[in-house]
Design a protein around this ligand. Structure first.
Ligand code: FAD
Ligand code: SF4
Length: 527
């Protein structure tokens, strides 16, 4: 701790700031008085060990937190900052806070509502035990409050992102004409967002601006390697924006150099090209280095200036104003029970190679490899490669959730959990998605060049060269045929399944079972 209250009058208020609340203009600092108030922050060891958090994610959080604390001090604010303990420590964030509240005894505690259900409960409990007054303020970084989302959900049998998104466009007057109609006459240009790169691959990609470690980040990297050296991932390429100023530069870089082509190729994948035309801004927004309003406004302005086509801008804004807000709404509406959902009764362990990338399935090797190296994969790699594989194998959703929470620099539970458990694993029985996102290896072949250098053939479901995705896809439909037959949106896939005769079905089931048994046998000691 770098300051104590000795010699000061009693603290008027202690402002608790979490690793994903790094905004000096947040509601927590309203009325902040540097003469009487102080900031409290802590690097709690279990935050990196309750799931096996990757080195890039730990480093990003710690680097951003230490930069934030440095800026507070530079403003003359008192900061009580608990740095990472050297050895393993069981002290959770709530325990560290309890200890410090006992010694600091502020007149009251203030913070913005934590974004994670369990942490919010733990902080509330700790402060309640001290008997100190506690003020939890609404997180202003979101464009839809809990109450507004609850109102949207009220009386609806099923939630759908598209309706929510239209409401948000209207409420916040985003991409509307003067008459209040959607720009371009359509709400959604999704059908224009699914192009692959064709045989030639992407051209003229400008790699994103890099933010190489300064002194503070270099020390964080040393600490992470020392304390979490056995954790997955690597730090050699660490170049994420770790301050608000850097995040703003990253936003400008995206708007100028990649947004125009974001729309067309949102879903495409290519070997050795981790960023393509993606924003790389989720982590900065989730840590609150960047306000989503600012991101949306910058994208809309690029359209109004005529420098970026509408389909790209709409596609990008839909992700932030639509999906990002929608998943947060789903999270708070359904927690804490959501975490336990397993609608398809999936029970398999997570294959060990998820922690190493060591597999001969080229698409997984590539997607997991870049994930561990950078802490990043884009949406379709997460949904239609790593997520799809886990769904088809039948991995227990909670294990899949733990992996996603551990490996991505942008992973925070309110956004990761509905995406993983709901959208990707269909474990919530259709709360997030109207049907399971399932496809065979042919989808990956169409959207990437992964299959060209793979030993498997995406067209084959059985035999030694069969693509495991294709085998497992048909096996998935067979295993869940009854339940899926009640879902209108699955009817085409089930009609194709109906064409398979009994011997073919049996061969697929046998091959899928043998493949799963192989995964189980190999999984044992990976972690
Ligand atoms: P871009 O592809 O450039 O998209 C722009 C922005 O839109 C993102 O920065 C993000 O803020 C937002 N966005 C896009 N898709 C979604 C979505 N489905 N849900 C919420 N916001 C979205 N996103 C996270 O921020 N944290 C997570 O932990 C996370 N886990 C995911 C797990 C799975 C299984 C899946 C399928 C998706 C997950 N996503 C998560 C959503 C999405 O994959 C990432 O936001 C995106 O890949 C981040 O990269 P980017 O900033 O380059 O985004
Ligand atoms: Fe992946 Fe199958 Fe293509 Fe290989 S053939 S890259 S396993 S989809």
């Amino acid at each position: 701790m770098d300051a104590t209250h000795t010699g000061h009058a009693r603290l008027r208020q202690l402002v608790v700031v979490l690793g994903d609340q790094l905004d000096h203009d947040s509601a927590a600092f309203e009325g902040f008085d540097a003469r009487q108030d102080a900031v409290w922050m802590a690097e709690a060891h279990p935050e990196s060990t309750r799931v096996w958090v990757s080195q890039p994610r730990i480093a990003l959080f710690l680097a951003a937190m230490r930069h934030f604390a440095a800026k507070c001090r530079a403003r003359g604010w008192r900061v009580h900052y608990r740095e990472l303990a050297d050895g393993p420590s069981m002290a959770t964030l709530a325990m560290l806070l309890a200890e410090d509240l006992a010694t600091l005894r502020p007149a009251r505690v203030v913070m913005v509502e934590p974004g994670e259900w369990a942490l919010r409960a733990a902080v509330r409990e700790v402060v309640a035990e001290t008997g100190l007054p506690y003020e939890e303020r609404e997180d202003r970084h979101f464009l839809c409050s809990h109450a507004e989302f609850a109102r949207h959900a009220e009386g609806r049998k099923q939630l759908r992102m598209e309706f929510f998104y239209r409401e948000m466009r209207r409420r916040h007057a985003v991409l509307l004409t003067a008459e209040g109609e959607p720009e371009g006459g359509e709400w959604n240009f999704d059908s224009e967002n699914r192009k692959s790169f064709g045989r030639g691959g992407p051209v003229d990609i400008l790699p994103p601006q890099r933010f190489l470690p300064d002194e503070i980040t270099a020390r964080v990297i040393e600490d992470v390697l020392r304390v979490f050296g056995s954790h997955p991932g690597a730090l050699d390429d660490f170049d994420w924006p770790v301050t608000a100023a850097e995040a703003e530069l990253a936003l400008q870089d995206f708007i100028e150099h990649r947004l125009a082509r974001f729309g067309d190729h949102q879903d495409a994948m290519w070997r050795g090209e981790p960023w393509l035309f993606h924003a790389r801004l989720a982590a900065a927004m989730n840590l609150k280095l960047l306000d989503p309003r600012q991101v949306i406004a910058a994208a809309e302005q690029a359209y109004r200036d005529g420098s970026v086509p509408l389909a790209s801008v709409e596609g990008f804004i839909r992700q932030i104003l639509g999906w990002r807000e929608y998943v947060r709404g789903v999270y708070w509406l359904h927690m804490p029970g959501y975490l336990e959902r397993n609608a398809l009764s999936a029970r398999e362990p997570l294959p060990g190679f998820y922690w190493s990338g060591d597999t001969d399935l080229q698409c997984l090797r590539e997607s997991i490899g870049q994930t561990l190296r950078y802490g990043y994969a884009h949406h379709i790699q997460r949904l239609m490669v790593t997520g799809l594989f886990a769904l088809l194998v039948g991995v227990e959703p909670k294990r899949v959730h733990e992996w996603y929470l551990a490996v991505y620099v942008d992973a925070v539970e309110w956004v990761e959990l509905p995406n993983t458990l709901g959208m990707s694993q269909f474990a919530d029985d259709g709360v997030m998605a109207s049907k399971p996102y399932v496809a065979s290896g042919k989808y990956i072949e169409r959207m990437s060049n992964y299959c060209r250098s793979c030993r498997y053939d995406p067209a084959l479901a059985t035999g030694p060269d069969a693509c495991p995705f294709t085998t497992l896809y048909w096996d998935f439909l067979l295993r869940h045929e009854d339940a899926l037959s009640r879902n209108q949106r699955m009817s085409m896939q089930l009609r194709n399944l109906a064409r398979l005769d009994a011997p073919r079905r049996q061969a697929i089931v046998q091959q899928a079972e043998a493949f799963r048994a192989g995964l189980r046998a190999a999984s044992g000691g990976a972690r």
